[in-house]
Each structure stands twice: as structure tokens, then as C-alpha cells.
Design a protein around this ligand. Structure first.
Ligand code: GUN
Length: 288
């Protein structure tokens, strides 16, 4: 069994990005600049955004954090998006999700200038990805594909089963895996799927992206499969300083024994998601 080390891989990619930024700045270009909009004080969102800002610093990007309280109105937020869309100093920005219930998330996403949508959530970028045109691919699918490539996991002709059909992970990943570069045969399974366990057990590559801790057990995994765990449920813990720890969608201890490759949580897909945002921001800066 090979442990897919997302942390080490992301550090390697970060070093590659930092090198590129150094060259850009040395040639008189400005460093890429990412902004993050954070609404409210949700613990998970606070932590994700803090990491994104820290990541920017570590590769020489400029970063800005724009904060709003929970009671910000939709129109205030739309006005800020419009401002960021046309700010010549900014290469890309993200609006951290989820947003409070009184704000229509889709409306905010669709208001973002697709050329600055480094999350790759705007329907224009999703559409470009589907038909194989250049654009921004959302960070988690982008990070997973990069991990599979760097670990030379055979995907061509293989059966890839994706558990979960979210707009951010499952659906875009299923499309990327079926495209010519990866050439996998893809099945997307979800809460209404019949024979879900048997389908999972037929996968050469099994991606768990449903957000249910420990959902994938050993009986659902084929001997020699590659298992990618996208789950990051925050569980209360008295063993960590922060008071919580991350739990994946895969029951790691029992499943790992059967796998050729497996990603841990934490330290698997998570760091790759973060580095994918940096890659998209660098791409945005180059395009601008
Ligand atoms: N919430 C959870 N993941 C993400 C992400 O990748 N981008 C944004 N903007 N919000 C998120």
C-alpha cells in the first residue's frame, strides 16, 4: 500500500509556484494577488480562509481578507463583488461558502467575473471545463487529478466510482476523470443509488466525497484499488489544541490494508485543494 502524501506533494507544488513568482517579480511583473471574502464567524470557514491567506504569503502572493458580519445584506455583498470584479490590483478572489441563509449563494457566484473566479464555481468556468476549454477548474477536483498524475495512478480504461454529486467536487471530478487526459470509465453514485456497495466494490479508483465520516468500509473496496478520501468533517476532540479534528469519509484503518494507493485525512486531498487555489491564482495573474 502506498500512502498518497498530499502534504508533501502540495509543498513541492508550492515550491514550484514560489519559483515562478520570483521570476515574475524579477522581470518587473507584480506578484499575483488573491482576495478572500469571509462572511460571519463559522469555525470551519475561518480556518479555511486563514490557511488560504497563509498559503499566499508562503509563495510570495499578495493577499487581502475582506470580512463581513453575518447580517451583511445580499446587495452589500453584490456591490463588493462588483468592486472586486473591476479592481485592477486583484488577479482573483473567492467568496468563502457557505453564506448565511438570507443570501442567495448562486446569485453571488454568478456575479463574480469569470476571469477572476479562481474557485472555478461560475457556470461559465464549469461549462468551459465540461467542453475542455481553458478556464478555472474548482480546487478539489483539480487537486485530486494532480495527485493521481503525480503518483502515476493508472486511470486509462479503469473504473472510477465517485460517491457524491456536489457541484464543487463529485460532479466536476466525474467529468475530468472521463475526459481524454484521464480516460477513466466513470460512475457517480449518490443517496438514491441502488446497489451502492457493489458499485463501490467494483471500482479501481474510489473517490469518497459525500461528507459522512467513516462511510466507506473495507467490504466496499476492491483489493488493489486506489481510494481518495475527500471527507473533512470536523469532530470534537480533547486530543488536539484546537478542540476538534478532521475525519474523512473512509474508515482508513480497515480500508488501507486492501488498497494499492490511499489518501489520509488530514494530509491527503486537503492540502492539494489549497495549492490548487494558488495554481489558479497564478494562472489568473498570467492571463491578466
Ligand atoms: N467552502 C468549502 N470549500 C470551499 C471552496 O473551495 N471555496 C469556497 N469559496 N468556499 C468553500
Amino acid at each position: 500500500m502506498t500512502l498518497i502524501d498530499g502534504k508533501a506533494t502540495s509543498q513541492q507544488i508550492k515550491a514550484e509556484i514560489a519559483e515562478e513568482v520570483k521570476k515574475m517579480v524579477a522581470s518587473g511583473l507584480k506578484a499575483p494577488h488573491l482576495a478572500a471574502v469571509l462572511v460571519g464567524h463559522d469555525g470551519g470557514s475561518e480556518s479555511y480562509v486563514a490557511h488560504k491567506i497563509k498559503d499566499c504569503e508562503s509563495v510570495g502572493f499578495k493577499s487581502s481578507l475582506i470580512r463581513y458580519e453575518d447580517d451583511v445584506t445580499e446587495s452589500e455583498l453584490l456591490k463588493k463583488v462588483e468592486e472586486l470584479n473591476t479592481d485592477p490590483e486583484l488577479d482573483g478572489f473567492i467568496v468563502q461558502l457557505p453564506l448565511p441563509d438570507h443570501i442567495n449563494e448562486q446569485k453571488i457566484i454568478e456575479a463574480i467575473n469569470p476571469a477572476k473566479d479562481v474557485d472555478g464555481f461560475h457556470p461559465e468556468n464549469v461549462g468551459r471545463m465540461v467542453v475542455g476549454l481553458p478556464g478555472f477548474v474548482s480546487a478539489t477536483p483539480f487537486g485530486i487529478v494532480e495527485l493521481l498524475k503525480r503518483y502515476k495512478v493508472e486511470t486509462s480504461g479503469k473504473h472510477c466510482v465517485v460517491i457524491g454529486r456536489s457541484n464543487i467536487v463529485g460532479r466536476p471530478l466525474s467529468i475530468l476523470m472521463s475526459q481524454k487526459e484521464m480516460n477513466a470509465t466513470v460512475t457517480v453514485v449518490h443517496s438514491r443509488t441502488e446497489n451502492l456497495k457493489a458499485l463501490c466494490a467494483s471500482a479501481d479508483i474510489l473517490v469518497a466525497a459525500l461528507g459522512r465520516p467513516g462511510f466507506v468500509t473495507a467490504d466496499m473496496v476492491k483489493e488493489g484499488a486506489t481510494v481518495i478520501d475527500v471527507g473533512t468533517t470536523r469532530i470534537k476532540s480533547d486530543q488536539t489544541k484546537s478542540g476538534w479534528k478532521l475525519k474523512g469519509d473512509v474508515d482508513f484503518d480497515s480500508v488501507a490494508e486492501k488498497c494499492a494507493f490511499i489518501t489520509p485525512v488530514p494530509g491527503g486531498v486537503g492540502p492539494m485543494t489549497r495549492v490548487a487555489l494558488l495554481k489558479n491564482t497564478l494562472l489568473a495573474a498570467k492571463r491578466n
